[in-house]
Design a protein. Structure first.
Length: 454
């Protein structure tokens, strides 16, 4: 049996809505996306399988980047056709689970640091130290126009704002010393005023007095997740992230990314082992290899090309409607998510897909390493993990919630038999289970000092 340091970590990528464009049409999909019981069921399934965390993606608009129309999003149930606010969804799951980490996506562009610091500190307390924040910067005009802006900030501005946003939230979480809450009714002392501190932050983007009106979270800071793939995004993640969510179309690309991020973390004075890289996978599992391929083909048939291209247009921030759909995606500079572009560029080069075929595949599932029997999928996971491509995986379901049941019941036992994954939770907080240190109070000051000395 491998030691915990040699075992992989598993996150589940979930949408508070219909999920994949083909997946919601599958006969095994359950469409009760507006009920708390639906998400509680998924949470219990993942906890039985000993997953580290559940991770909710989110966006702040119904995209209309493809053909300047909402139609493909709404008609086909694509990326942003419906998304519930993930934060209250996590609250519902917290009450139905005891160990599962709880991650929500929140943008640094359209909210304020105090609100985010307070929300995640609250969730951390109520869940006993299981909260996580997936940090995004937002990049679409559709989102900007829901917040009184004509257009989104450019990439450099978004990351400058995000950097300062993280500094402020860290200061707010640190504004209460760990022992500030005394609760002595005889003295009487509720909280020691000497151990609660104003923030008095005055920067380019934010002026925040503080302190936070929530005691320091059990984890110190919630677990911080980031998905940067551009050079600026990678550097931001290497400075701040505890977990990196990414996507790759090949093992070699995953290895290159892994080595680059770990190297950047070391250059910033961090222990690379304290940053977990969990690439996204969409496994298709069946009793036989051919049955898994047939399942994948059925799922692909349920995806309209426009659904996948609408989602890809949103991710790249480029309208793909005018491009010839019977030709390959050309080389281009993308203002949107660099990581998604690199993924589809690899897919196009590897398989020679036309844009129409790419739309079906991007909106559906990916045949390849993670399609097959439970043993075959476990073989692929083991290869990626042992060859230095990742610290684990973020598992996306081809249909919700059944595909999570299949993975937990069939693939996880294979990993456990090989000593690659836990059989029981070992810690009381998400940081414990991920093997991450609890930040000491004022950890942001140490980060700032390291940056100044570079």
């Amino acid at each position: 049996m491998s030691s915990p340091e040699q075992q992989m970590h598993l996150a589940a990528f979930v949408t508070a809505g219909p999920g994949r464009p083909g997946g919601w049409r599958h006969p095994n999909s359950v469409s009760d996306w507006r009920s708390a019981a639906y998400y509680q069921r998924i949470g219990r399934t993942l906890e039985r399988a000993k997953f580290d965390l559940i991770f909710f993606a989110d966006i702040l608009a119904v995209p209309y980047r493809y053909g300047d129309s909402l139609d493909p999003q709404l008609r086909y149930g694509a990326l942003g056709s419906m998304r519930l606010d993930p934060t209250p969804v996590l609250g519902a799951i917290a009450g139905a689970t005891e160990h599962l980490g709880l991650a929500a996506t929140v943008s640094t562009t359209y909210v304020e640091p105090f609100t985010v610091a307070r929300n995640f500190a609250t969730l951390d307390h109520l869940s006993g130290g299981r909260s996580a924040w997936n940090i995004v910067t937002s990049f679409q005009d559709a989102e900007a126009r829901n917040f009184g802006k004509d257009s989104h900030l450019d990439r450099a501005q978004r990351y400058r704002r995000a950097e300062e946003f993280l500094q402020v939230t860290a200061k707010l979480w640190d504004s209460w010393d760990d022992d500030a809450l005394v609760l002595d009714p005889e003295a009487p002392v509720f909280a020691d005023p000497e151990r609660v501190h104003r923030v008095d932050h005055h920067g380019e983007w934010f002026d925040v007095q503080g302190p936070l009106n929530v005691a320091r979270p059990p984890q110190g800071y919630p677990v911080l997740i980031q998905a940067g793939a551009s050079p600026s995004g990678r550097d931001f993640a290497a400075r701040w992230a505890d977990v990196i969510f990414c996507s790759h179309a090949s093992l070699d690309a995953a290895k290159d990314f892994y080595a680059d991020i770990k190297g950047r973390a070391a250059a910033h004075g961090r222990d690379p082992g304290q940053l977990k890289i969990l690439p996204a996978i969409t496994p298709v599992v069946a009793e036989t290899t051919e049955a898994a391929r047939e399942k994948s083909r059925l799922l692909a048939e349920l995806v309209a090309p426009e659904a996948g291209l609408s989602t890809l247009s949103y991710h790249l921030d480029i309208d793909l409607a005018p491009f010839p759909h019977d030709e390959k995606l050309p080389e281009m500079e993308v203002p949107g998510v660099q990581g998604h572009y690199e993924e589809v560029r690899e897919m196009t080069e590897k398989s020679g897909l036309t844009l129409r075929e790419l739309g079906k595949q991007y909106g559906g599932t990916h045949e390849g390493d993670f399609t097959g029997t439970a043993s075959e999928v476990a073989d692929a996971l083991e290869q990626w993990f042992t060859e230095g491509a990742c610290d684990g995986f973020t598992v996306s379901a081809v249909y919700q919630p059944g595909a999570f049941d299949e993975f937990g019941e069939q693939v996880v036992p294979q990993l456990q038999k090989r000593g690659l994954f836990r059989s029981e939770y070992s810690g009381s907080t998400l940081r414990d289970n991920l093997g991450l240190h609890r930040p000491a109070g004022g950890d942001w000051r140490q980060r700032a000092a390291r940056e100044e000395n570079r």
